[in-house]
Structure formats: structure tokens, C-alpha cells
Write a protein of this length. Structure first.
Length: 292
């Protein structure tokens, strides 16, 4: 089955990207989908729940996580890709390694989601440029790039000398320029301000969401990934909800998804696809009526 990736890139409705973590230590579902059969079943379940894209990650990027060996990452990712491509899935690969990106694209994956935005492995943009039909998500993150021993992010990676919106915008646009220079076409690029990455607090993340129009104005589609992140729980606690559960965080994520859709983001990256599918549908409808 041929998938029109230009139509995916240029979607006029907000898409839902479901998270498939094939990891031992992801912060919310580590270890659940390591078995290839479980990974396939979970990917298929998210597709039935309304996921437009499945984002496969085989290496946790939570604070303090240890790097997975390159061969282990390749094996995990390709197992999931080979299982889900025959099901007609649109697959995004959450990796910072060019070798993983190349192999996944060769096996049929269509999107590379690079949380380092092309900075950790400078060959990743070149791998994407070799596959002109593929898409490349360029995310803002300072973590592993300025990490201390053991690749644990330093506290000062979340200090923004000017303003979090200005600094993230400027740094992200510099990353995009570098990716373009590596040969990736503008029509392949999607940007992500990287909520929660080098941005631990509510005060870091809510200003970025309030400033969505600024990121939309670049002309590049915008991905937002707020799902289950620490700042979501912190915002609930600030609102008087003691010890928010995972279900509470998923409800709050769905609210954020609706707001993002109303503001015209390209996609939301979520763990609970069904809740955000419904929320995004309302946000898309709201935006459509607002534009009449």
C-alpha cells in the first residue's frame, strides 16, 4: 500500500501520533512492549483507536536514562517496523542514530523523529536526505548535548538566558538551518519545541504552548508532545489535584491535545490514543468553525 507522505506532511487536520516504547525504562510504560508480539499488538491497538502515526522508540530519553547499545536499538526498532508495515502503518522512528534511521527507512518507515534535532549524530539528516519521500522531525533539546558523565543532563541545560520562547525558537531555527544545509528539503521538515526536554517546569512549557502561533508562523508543521510529562502532573498538582494518577495525566493530555488542534498544530504525540483522538476531533471541529 502506497502512503502519500506529502499529504501527511501537509495535513489540514491535527493528527494523532501514538507512542510505542520498546524500552526497559521509559518513565510511564517501560518494559511493557519489549516482546515483539506485545509491541505489534500494542501498535495495532493504537491504530484501531485512531492513531494516524505510530512513533517507535527503543531508547528512553527520560532524565538519567542510560544509552541502549546500537545493535539492541536496531533489533528492537526493525522488529516493530517489520511487524507493522504490512498492517499499513505510518511509522515514525524515535532515534538519534543515523544507522537506526537508515535501516528503518530502508525497511519502510516513513518518518524520523530525532529528539536531538540533528545535533547528537550529524549523519541523521543525511540519512533522511537520502530518502526524499521521508519526513524529519527536528526537535529542540539540550540534554545529551550538554550532559555530564553518563549522559545525565546538567541542571543548567534548562536555564534560558533571555526568555524560554525566544531561546527555544532561535535555537530550533538554527537546528533547522543545519538540517537544510545537510540536504533535507523544507518539504520534509516538521518542528517540535521539545516540551519537557531541558524544560522541567510548568514555567518552561506553558509559555511554549501559549506561543504556538509563533512556531506555526515558520511555515513548518508543528508536533507537540506533552503526554504524561512531569510538567503536566505539576500543573494538575498546582490546580489542587493531589498525586495525579496516570489516568489524570492522560485526561489532562487530552485537554492539551484539543487546545493544540484548535491552534492548528500538525500532530500531538500521546500515549492514550483514544482520549486524544476524541479531543483532537473536537479541536479540529472548533478550528473549522472558527475559520468559517
Amino acid at each position: 500500500m502506497t502512503i502519500d507522505m506529502k499529504a501527511i506532511h501537509d495535513s489540514d487536520r491535527t493528527l494523532v501520533m501514538g507512542v510505542l516504547n520498546i524500552t526497559e525504562d521509559s518513565f510511564s510504560d517501560g518494559g511493557l512492549w519489549l516482546d515483539p508480539a506485545n509491541a505489534k499488538a500494542h501498535g495495532e491497538a493504537m491504530m484501531k483507536d485512531g492513531a494516524d502515526i505510530i512513533d517507535i522508540g527503543a531508547e528512553s530519553t527520560r532524565p538519567g536514562a542510560k544509552r541502549v547499545g546500537e545493535e539492541d536499538e536496531q533489533t528492537r526498532v526493525l522488529g516493530a517496523v517489520d511487524a507493522l508495515i504490512p498492517e499499513g502503518a505510518v511509522l515514525s522512528i524515535d532515534t538519534t542514530r543515523a544507522s537506526v534511521a537508515r535501516m528503518a527507512l530502508e525497511h519502510g518507515a516513513q518518518i524520523i523523529n530525532d529528539v536531538s534535532g540533528g545535533q547528537l549524530d550529524r549523519e541523521v539528516p543525511h540519512a533522511v536526505a537520502e530518502h526524499t519521500e521521508s519526513l524529519y522531525i527536528v526537535q529542540h533539546w539540550r540534554g545529551w548535548l550538554a550532559g555530564s558523565a553518563g549522559n545525565v543532563p546538567d541542571a543548567d541545560t534548562s536555564v534560558y538566558a533571555n526568555d524560554v520562547v525566544d531561546d527555544v525558537y532561535d535555537e530550533l531555527m538554527k537546528q533547522v538551518d543545519d538540517v537544510l544545509h545537510a540536504g533535507v528539503a523544507p518539504s520534509q521538515i516538521i518542528i517540535d519545541p521539545g516540551l519537557g526536554f531541558s524544560k522541567p517546569s510548568v514555567e518552561h512549557n506553558f509559555p511554549l504552548m501559549v506561543a504556538l502561533e509563533r512556531f506555526n508562523s515558520t511555515g513548518y508543521p508543528v508536533l507537540i508532545g506533552a503526554s504524561r510529562k512531569r510538567f503536566v502532573g505539576a500543573a494538575l498538582a498546582d490546580a489542587g489535584i493531589d498525586e495525579p494518577s496516570m489516568g489524570s495525566k492522560d485526561n489532562a493530555t487530552a485537554a492539551i491535545s484539543a487546545l493544540c488542534a484548535e491552534h492548528g498544530v500538525w500532530a500531538v504525540r500521546v500515549h492514550d490514543v483514544a482520549k486524544s483522538r476524541d479531543a483532537v476531533a473536537i479541536g479540529n471541529a472548533w478550528r473549522a468553525f472558527a475559520n468559517v
